[in-house]
Ligand binder design. Structure first.
Ligand SMILES: [Zn+2]
Ligand SMILES: [Zn+2]
Length: 888
């Protein structure tokens, strides 16, 4: 493979040519696969499995890049490192996509039948998985593809069944009739988490129900008049004096003329509406509970597609919203609708398709959560699991402490089918891991499997252990579990992270991971969340085609810190690309400098010039700081410091210093060994962020180095740089910082006075105690600041006063630049003189005007005021001009 590398370095970096080549090389060398070593503690990340619903978006790219940074870093530190990739079958989301594809062929899943539909799903899912893996590889991710898992694979599927059966046997999974969230479009139950609550400005309709006897009415208020058809009672608070006499009597339900009781129940809030409320137990969670207490019957009025069913009397067949209009106009006709008020209230919408959810009483499977939540709360409380950033710990506890039972059955075909068989002979349930052949109670073969599948998140909840082989006792599970970091977006803390903690503890007795790192969301330049609807989405593939993968990786990790949203802008992507180019050019310079002199690579530690000691010291400090930051999950700041060191110190200064030294060869020791050392070390420091360009450059460098340098085959398996305290040299840093400051100040002065580049300026430098250390850099200052002559006149106190000179006061030095070395004094004096005369004339004119009675009486106050302001500022300017000309 290395033979294939063209060792001629092209002028410019072309990411496209390099990326594919190195990714294949890494794969062939099987660097991504960890070696199990019982003596070492492994570093493990289980990748959040993207949905198998098509392409990766920029949020997936952020996840992948952050995890790859951690993975590459730990691998270079010599830890057995596993990053396990996977894909989620994505229940509803995936089924919806394939149903849409079928619809284009004029087919429904019911026409196809369950078996053939599942075949279609698999074909499509396999294709998407291929695309997702390819896209991940383009991002440079170093995950272990040999361990890739899909939630519907045999292993994870057996884990799902095992957990279901165990929890069922423990009484933690049960089947019951509850009010669940029903999406009429997806035709399935949803968990509470899959429902988005939106504030809607609706109406509150007041409807009177006639009493069965006499001619009185009782008035109720409702936001969903169509549910009147499902009422089985009217309830009032037992302490409400207004209704005391009515309790125990009966009312007649309008439209369907059903007789319903008037009951007293504590749950009724006397201040809502009229104080009397309609009870629709099949379509409201509170009413459902009232009905349980009062022994009321349930009347379901909806078909699964939210049209009205046979219980809706004359409205049967109507859509729920059409029914609402029809029933309102009938009530009005009958004089039963007495008032309408605007009313803002929260309405649940399906998170997948945004259809309005119907609460419906339905027989579903649930997980009893409170017993599972307890150990999961403790694991975070006692610090076995750390949530980063810390503020999400509170959010986690709040949710866990108020957790409700989890509805896990879905009326879908795509997913893990519920392992429950119903016996047609004895009516009992058979719940087993293996497919049942006969009823476990009576032995009858007349059994039928539950048609439903499990919520996708049920299998995701097992992901940290099922991917490692659980329920089997595998080597992977023993070695890699508990994992080290769960890195994901803060938006799925409850959906996924919390459930993994609960199920991990329940199934294995141990936490699934030690750290939860929550990254933020990606926003555009205006700070808006990226979404297809807004059209501000960046496609990761297009982005990396245009800028290169490393540029995208740098842009996405720039400024990132736990829990905080990041902005992805074109200027960041450009900055990433520019940085890759900067490194390319720097390496090209080093590589070309090595050529004639490649044998002498030993650093002469005892006799290094100050600038060598400075850059080595700065490198070591950068390594130290970066390591601390990475350990604290501050990947954005660590990246900034590597970038600033490489660009701001190494490329902009050290390389420039060495160019001068190389030109003056013979006088000082060759800078090449240090140049190579710092570059090679920095490339390793940067590698986790920009794997492709660093590998390419490192290989170019390695090819030119004697053996012993860069001993590994690839930078990705080379050691991560370590701090070397012995090279920390505060005095060298102090001297070189002063030299840089002096050069920079002269450059700034030149820019300020627009001195042409070919012109030399004169500089006198006073550096007190540092003078003797800086004097050897006078040649450097001359070359880099275009200053000649550069003199060090001794003590500033004893120096004669300077006229016509620019005095620049720096941290440890003073730089004095005679003005005449920057500008033509005669011309400047003439320019000032002209300016003074012009201003003088204007002042005279303004003064005359402001002394003119006629002007003062006729002009509007604002105009006079403006003229006065003008005069003030002109007078001030004139003073300053006169001062300036005096200084000449
Ligand atoms: Zn839906
Ligand atoms: Zn049976």
């Amino acid at each position: 493979m290395t033979e294939a590398l063209n060792y001629e370095m092209p002028k410019a970096y072309e990411p496209g040519k390099v990326e594919q080549k190195w990714y294949q090389f890494w794969l062939e060398k099987r660097y991504f696969e960890p070696k199990i070593d019982p003596k070492k503690k492994p570093f493990v990340i289980i990748m959040p499995p993207p949905n198998v619903t098509g392409e990766l978006h920029i949020g997936h790219a952020l996840t992948a890049i952050l995890e790859d940074i951690m993975t590459r870093w730990h691998r270079m530190k010599g830890e057995p490192t596993l990053w396990l990739p996977g894909v989620d079958h994505a229940g509803i989301a995936a089924q919806v996509v394939v149903e849409q594809l079928l619809a284009e062929e004029g087919l429904t899943r019911h026409q196809l039948g369950r078996e053939r539909f599942i075949e279609r799903m698999w074909q499509w899912a396999d294709q998407c998985r291929g695309t997702i893996a390819q896209q991940h590889q383009r991002l440079g991710v170093s995950c272990d593809w040999s361990r890739e898992r899909f939630t519907l694979d045999e292993g994870p599927s057996r884990a799902v069944r095992t957990v279901f059966v165990r929890l069922y046997e423990k009484g933690l999974i049960y089947r019951g009739e509850r009010i669940i969230n029903w999406c009429p479009r997806c035709a399935t139950a949803l968990s509470d988490l899959e429902v988005d609550h939106k504030e809607i400005s609706g109406h509150l309709w007041y409807v009177r129900y006639p009493l069965a006897e006499g001619n009185q009415f009782i008035t109720v208020a409702t936001t969903r008049p169509e549910t009147i058809l499902g009422d089985t009672a009217v309830a009032v608070n037992p302490d409400d004096e207004r209704f005391k006499a009515m309790v125990g009597k009966e009312a007649i339900l309008p439209a369907v003329n059903r007789v319903i009781p008037i009951v007293a129940d504590e749950a009724v809030d006397p201040s809502f509406g009229t104080g009397a409320v309609k009870i629709t137990p099949a379509h409201d969670p509170v009413d459902f509970e009232v009905a349980q207490r009062q022994g009321l019957s349930l009347v379901n009025i909806l078909n699964p597609d939210a049209t009205m069913n046979e219980n809706a009397g004359p409205y049967v067949g109507l859509d729920r919203f059409a029914c609402r209009q029809a029933i309102l106009s009938d009530l009005e006709k009958d004089g039963l609708l007495i008032k309408v008020e605007p009313y803002a209230h929260s309405v649940g919408h399906c998170q997948r398709c945004q259809t309005v959810i119907e609460p419906i009483a339905s027989k579903q499977w649930f997980v009893k959560m409170t017993p599972l939540a307890k150990p999961a709360i403790d694991a975070v409380l006692d610090g076995r699991i750390t949530i980063i950033p810390e503020r999400f710990t509170k959010v986690y506890h709040n949710w866990m402490e108020n957790i409700r039972d989890w509805c896990i059955s879905r009326q879908l075909w795509w997913g893990h089918r519920i392992p429950v068989w119903y016996c047609q002979e004895c009516g009992e349930l058979t719940v087993t891991i293996e497919d049942a052949k006969a009823c476990s109670h009576c032995g009858s073969a007349k059994i039928e499997q539950d048609p439903d599948v499990l919520d996708t998140w049920f299998s995701s909840a097992l992901w940290a252990h099922s991917t490692l082989g659980w329920p089997d006792d595998t080597e992977d599970l023993r070695y890699f579990y508990p994992t080290t970091v769960m890195e994901t977006g803060y938006d799925i803390l409850f959906f996924w992270v919390a459930r993994m903690i609960m199920m991990g503890l329940e199934d294995t007795g141990d936490i699934p991971f030690r750290n939860v790192y929550l990254h933020g969301l990606i926003r555009d330049e205006k700070g808006e969340k990226m979404s297809k609807i807004k059209g501000n989405v960046l496609n990761p593939l297009e982005t990396l085609e245009k800028y290169g993968t490393d540029a995208l990786r740098l842009a996405l990790s720039m400024g990132t810190s736990p829990g905080n949203d990041i902005k992805l802008t074109p200027s960041r992507l450009e900055a990433g690309r520019n940085f890759a180019n900067k490194l390319w050019n720097a390496t090209r310079f080093v590589v070309r400098s090595i050529e004639p002199d490649r044998t002498n690579m030993k650093i002469q530690w005892g006799s290094l010039p100050v600038e060598d000691r400075w850059i080595l010291s700065r490198l070591s400090r950068t390594i130290s700081s970066v390591t601390n930051l990475m350990e604290g999950f501050q990947f954005g700041e660590a990246q900034r410091q590597i970038h600033d060191f490489l660009w701001g110190e190494f490329c902009d200064w050290y390389i420039e210093f060495t160019k001068i030294r190389l030109r003056l060869a013979g006088e000082a020791p060759s800078p090449i060994p240090v140049l190579v050392y710092v570059l090679e070390t920095s490339l390793r420091l940067l590698h986790p962020y920009m794997p492709f360009v660093t590998e390419e450059l490192w290989q170019h460098l390695k090819h030119r180095l004697p053996s012993g340098w860069a001993a590994t085959e690839s930078i990705m398996v080379a050691a991560y740089p370590e701090v070397e305290d012995k090279v920390i040299d505060p005095q060298a840093e102090r001297v070189m910082e002063s030299v840089i400051e002096i050069i920079r100040s002269i450059r700034n002065a030149r820019a300020q006075y627009k001195v042409e580049s070919r012109q030399w300026v004169e500089a006198q430098i006073y550096s007190n105690q540092l003078t003797s250390a800086i004097i050897p850099y006078s040649q450097t200052i001359q070359t880099l600041a275009r200053a000649r002559p550069v003199t060090f006149p001794g003590s500033r106190q004893e120096a004669p006063p300077q006229e016509n000179a620019l005095v620049i006061v720096l941290k440890e030095s003073e730089v004095i630049i005679p003005m005449e070395s920057m500008i033509d004094l005669e011309a400047e004096r003439k320019r000032l003189q002209d300016e003074i005369e012009k201003s003088q004339a204007e002042v005279v004119r303004l003064e005359a005007r402001l002394n003119n009675e006629d002007f003062l009486t006729k002009a509007p106050a604002a105009v006079i005021d403006k003229e006065r302001q003008k005069l003030y500022s002109l007078t001030d300017k004139l003073e300053r001009l006169k001062q300036q000309i005096l200084e000449f």
